[in-house]
Write a protein that binds this ligand. Structure first.
Ligand SMILES: Nc1nc2c(c(=O)[nH]1)N[C@H]1C(S)=C(S)[C@@H](COP(=O)(O)O)O[C@H]1N2
Ligand SMILES: [Mo]
Length: 501
């Protein structure tokens, strides 16, 4: 690797190392997709782990998607440096071209295996590195600055083309295998009649929600589509759990510890419930509140079998998430594997998630793998980070929609939710809170933890109206007026909007 121009060997090595790094990354994605075998995934998880709590909170709750992207680019950069570094080391140690290529592949494989604990998938990282180094070492070395620039551009062009192809093939190969599958089809050993009965139940419930939805322009219905449903979780890459390997372990202060398989769970008689979820970080008029029809079995099935002695339960997900709350809340809980008649999608917790009525979103553990019973309270993931979001949701009426009707009237509408307390009424003021009027409500769904829609219209008497909305829960308690930020225990206050006519 001698070169008459002193700095060239280093520059060449740098180019080779970078290109090899990109090739390794692409190969890893091609083979592993976004499963834990992809080298970037453990690095990202590590970053989330070591970042101080306020940074994680800010990133997930304020930056949202952007935060995930920043984290992703950071993890990507770290992996590139690691793989490039391994390649540079290989180039330094090796004496022949073949040896460079073999060493680089071996080092890349080593790194990838240490990170992912997936030796086989790590071949996806190693082989492209070996090939990239082999090719780059075989081509003639440029001897001028101009030549070296051309060399760099060509190599980059080549590796980006290969990465592009890997990305496209990788995305196809690893697209969410659970998505959009009929949940009934996933239940084993169902005879045709039983399958049809379950399908009918789901269809009837979805039709019920459709017919009970207020028919108002621009107002979302009573059920959100799977792709419209909000998503909040602690990792960039959702765990990729295989239903056959999935086990639910039930342990702790119980008379009987046991584990449950997916087949055991989904062959129990299914129920279908409309449940609304709302994240504790949702602002009063935010959009982290949605509803779906969930298919699953009552948590009672596992609680009775375990026969717990304590008063607390802790749920753990495959992503390292955990949340704790009182056992009596879990007694009316639900273990679900279906959403709107489809198999539970990966981003909402495939194969099984918990749903616990009336509490903030964070208690509804996704990718559920462990149920632990405790005899005293412990802190969950978010509670350790200073949140207080495992309790009952606050009452809220959201104002989603403003329509200027053809007859000159103005119509406002939205959703109202109070968890298991249910919604009794929604009141609307169009004069900034001086006088109040009853809104029209959608007919209630026959479920214990679901929202209702509200709507109100009036003939404007001024050029501007300040509209204020407030809900009254099933106990007759008015939505609290005092404004409070989402952190640490959920937003309060009345939604108010000034409307120009
Ligand atoms: N395993 C796991 N479960 C989880 C979370 C998570 O990060 N990991 N996030 C929780 C939070 S904060 C909320 S608001 C809900 C969101 O559920 P969704 O993404 O299906 O809307 O999931 C909860 N369950
Ligand atoms: Mo949440």
């Amino acid at each position: 690797m001698n070169n008459p121009m002193g700095s060239f060997p280093d520059l060449n090595a740098l180019v080779t190392a970078s290109i090899a790094g990109i090739a390794g990354l692409s190969g890893s994605y091609l083979v592993a997709g976004t499963s834990s075998g992809f080298v970037v995934v453990p690095v990202n998880a590590f970053l989330v782990d070591v970042m101080p709590a306020p940074v994680v909170t800010f990133s997930i709750l304020v930056l949202g998607q952007l935060g995930e992207r920043v984290g992703f680019v950071l993890a990507l950069g770290i992996v590139l440096v690691l793989l490039g570094g391994a390649t540079a080391l290989a180039l330094r140690l090796a004496e022949t071209r073949l040896a460079s290529s073999v060493y680089a592949a071996l080092f890349g494989w080593g790194f990838s295996t240490v990170l992912t604990a997936a030796p086989l998938a790590s071949l996806g990282t190693a082989v492209p590195i070996g090939i990239a180094v082999g090719i780059l070492e075989a081509v003639e070395r440029p001897t001028s600055i101009e030549g070296s620039r051309r060399h760099l551009l060509k190599s980059l062009g080549g590796v980006f083309a290969v990465s592009g192809v890997s990305y496209v093939i990788g995305s196809r190969l690893h697209s969410d295998s659970t998505s959009n599958r009929d949940v009934v089809e996933s239940i084993p050993d169902l005879d045709v009649d039983d399958a049809e009965t379950i399908r009918q139940q789901i269809r009837a419930r979805l039709a019920e929600a459709e017919s009970k939805s207020l028919d108002i322009d621009e107002l979302p219905g009573l059920v959100n589509g799977i792709d419209e449903f909000y998503e909040v979780d602690i990792n960039l890459f959702d765990p990729d759990v295989n239903a056959e390997d999935w086990r639910l372990s039930v342990s702790g202060t119980v008379a009987n510890e046991f584990t449950l398989t997916y087949d055991e769970l989904i062959t129990m008689a299914p129920e279908h419930r409309f449940v609304t979820l709302r994240c504790v970080s949702d602002p009063v008029n935010g959009d982290l509140m949605d509803t779906a029809l969930w298919t699953g079995v009552p948590a009672r099935a596992v609680i009775d079998r375990a026969d717990p002695r304590g008063d607390h339960v802790l749920l753990r997900g495959r992503d390292g998430y955990y949340v704790e709350f009182p056992l009596d809340a879990f007694e009316s809980g639900f273990l679900t594997y279906g959403m709107n008649g489809r198999v539970l999608p990966r981003n909402h917790g495939f194969p099984v998630r918990a749903l616990v009525p009336g509490r903030w979103g964070e208690v509804n553990a996704k990718w559920l793998t462990e149920i632990e019973f405790h005899d005293s309270a412990v802190l969950g993931y978010w509670e350790r980070k200073g949140w207080n979001g495992t309790g009952p949701v606050h009452t809220v009426a959201k104002l989603w929609t403003v329509n200027h009707l053809a007859d000159g009237q103005v119509q406002v509408a939205g959703h109202a939710y109070a968890g298991t307390r249910s919604i009794q009424a929604v009141e609307v003021s169009v004069d900034g809170g001086e006088t109040w009027n009853d809104a029209v409500l959608s007919e209630p769904l026959d479920d214990e933890d679901v929202w209702r829609q509200w709507a109100y219209k009036w003939t404007p008497s001024r050029s501007r109206h300040t509209v204020v909305v407030r809900a009254i829960d099933g106990n007759g308690t008015l939505q609290p007026r005092r404004r409070q930020n989402p952190h640490p225990s959920g937003a309060t206050g009345w939604v108010s909007k000034t409307i120009s006519i």
